[in-house]
Unconditional design. Structure first.
Length: 161
């Protein structure tokens, strides 16, 4: 475990140093999204949610994200909701299409939900203002998963050079 933590730390250090050598205008973006999903296992009827995503661009190709919001799952006999908190890494394949991995926690706020680990691979499209994506989301402690779609409006918080 110590070797894994050391390897990740060294990798982040060298990656940050490599990004620091570019002339890219690094900085934050902020996005507000709507999302909906459907289960792959039939445990609930569907989900709907809202989220806020902060994104820090290291380069034109790589970004770090932090996403939170509220997700409501429709189920019988009791509907449930949770607040997700996910950290992600986004890699652009070109100028607009990207792959992203997210991991974090879901904090149950109503119903019989406790907290759960969330893992989500994502494929998306983003331009200057629109971010649309599809993701597979696994909730380990809820023993369910979903395919979800997200449509968001985003904007840059970077200072102009």
């Amino acid at each position: 475990m110590k070797k894994l933590v050391l390897s990740i730390s060294l990798g982040l250090l060298f990656t940050s140093a490599a990004f620091a050598q570019t002339n890219y205008n690094k900085g934050f973006r902020l996005g507000f999204g709507l999302n909906g999903g459907f289960p792959t296992d039939g445990d609930y009827d569907g989900s709907i949610g809202v989220d806020v995503r902060a994104q820090y661009d290291f380069s034109k190709k790589t970004s770090l994200t932090l996403t939170s919001g509220y997700t409501h799952m429709f189920a019988e006999p009791e509907e449930v909701g949770f607040v997700p908190a996910k950290l992600g890494f986004k890699y652009f394949l070109g100028n607009q299409f990207y792959l992203m991995g997210e991991a974090g926690a879901a904090f149950g706020v109503n119903g019989n939900l406790d907290n759960s680990l969330i893992i989500a691979p994502v494929f998306g499209f983003a331009n200057k203002f629109i971010d649309a994506s599809v993701r597979y989301e696994r909730y380990s402690d809820y023993e369910t998963d979903q395919i979800a779609l997200r449509l968001a409006y985003g904007f840059s918080l970077k200072k102009k050079k």
